[in-house]
Each structure stands twice: as C-alpha cells, then as structure tokens.
Design a protein around this ligand. Sequence first.
Ligand code: SF4
Length: 278
Amino acid sequence: MITLRPDYYDSFKCIADKCRHTCCAGWEIDIDEDSMALYRERPDIMCHIKDSSFILQGRDERCPFLLDNGLCKLILDYGEDILCDVCTEHPRFYNYQDDIEYIGLGLCCEAALDLIIDREDKFRLVKGIVSDEGEVLGSDPYDKIPFGIDEVNDFEGKISDLLADLSPEARNCTERAGFYLTLEFLDPEWPEMLKALSAEPVTADKRNAYIDGCPKEFRNLITYFLYRHMGDRKIASESVRLIAEIAVSQGLPLKEVARIYAVEIEYSDVNTDILADM
Ligand code: SF4
C-alpha cells in the first residue's frame, strides 16, 4: 500500500521530560491484546492494570509508570518495545482513501505542534510503501498534494480572505462558541473558555486582523486541518476561526489554544463525527 506523510513527519521526536503537557496524564490508556500478553508475564506491570487499562493515579490521572521527572519507567526498565500500541503510536493519526494511507501527527502533542505551526515552507508530502511487516519504506517527494491543500499553498492574499474562500462564515463568534459547547469535553476548563468567549465575543474584524498578523502560523493550521480531515473545508475554517477567537479573547498564545482544541476535539470520535456532519 502507498503511504503518504508530511515531510516534517520523520523529524518528530517525543521531548519526554521537557514536555509541559505530557500525554501520560489525563488520558485513559487502553492496552492492545499483544501488549496485554506481554504484560501478563510481568507481575510488576500487571499490578497496575485493570480491565486492560493502566490504573491512572491522582487528580491528574497520571499513568502509574510516569516518573516525577517526566520519564517513562516502562521504557527505562524494558526499552521502547514494551510500550502498548496507544503509547507507541501517539500522536500519529491514520486516514485511508482510495488505497492510500495518509499518516500525520496530531496537534495535541507539543513536539508535533512546533513542527506543524513553525514550519516555514509550503505543505509537502513524501511517499512510502508499507511493507508486509507494517514498516514504512522510502521517502520520495510526492507532487500531487491532495484535499485542496494546493489552493492554500499557492494563495498569495490575506489569510482571512483565504478562510472566507474555503468556507463562508455561517456563524458569528457567539454562535460558534455555543455550537462547540454542545460537544463532549475532556477538561472542565475548555467549556469555561467557550463560555467566556460567548459572554465577550470577538468581532470578525478583530479576529481577522489577528489571523492576518500571523500568516505563517494560520496557513500551517489550515493545511493541517485540511490534511487531518481529508479536505473538509468547513471543519478547517471553523476550527481556525474558533482557535483565533479564543486566543484573542483570552490573550492566550496561539499554540496553546491550538493544542487544547486538538485535545478536546480530535480525540473524541463523538466530536469529530458531529463536526463532520456540520
Ligand atoms: S505530548 Fe508529545 S512530546 Fe509530550 S510526552 Fe506525549 S508524545 Fe512526548
């Protein structure tokens, strides 16, 4: 099978103890069957598992193997091969269309976020082949950029105009915050941010001025969402509008809002299904 991945994909490396928002806390970790078979032979691991999930600890819901210094005790004791699929794969995502596998990195991870948002060049893909063992072989440049991303790559005007071309604004800021409030949430802080936005909405002019002031970052966000959601222009535009509005209204750094957005929206099948039906 042909597999495509953004050209920054191979540069990803978990920053482990330097990560301020570790993925080893706050997430339920379901363990796959092959890993469970491995863990059953190790009582020191099994004693931290219930119903094929690690027993999370404390108010932060930390993985029992997350050490205070931010490192993973399982990796230190046994090496990376001991990790279950969820831990090995995070923050990667996979989409499939017409016998092509589209691999990417999710915005919820700090290290991936830097690679995605700080990128100076246009969005590009590289091609590989998936071997029978599931290994990705090869990295040839791939010129046929899918999902309408070329339109973003080649756009020369203001990013706010590009957004309007991708999907006209169907909701104002208050309506958009209200819509996102109907979705599932993970962290109780997220609905509070949406309520604050709804109470003090940002005008479209103010939001667009902010977007046009960070053209590289917003172009990268738009291409990310188009790739992540396989060309869904409405999801891409609405996601970017909301992220900009929260950043403006609450004076938060753009990257931080984008990360929280991805955590809340992209890791809930319920939320992504509702967005896809939008
Ligand atoms: S969020 Fe990303 S950088 Fe942070 S611990 Fe997880 S994989 Fe590593």
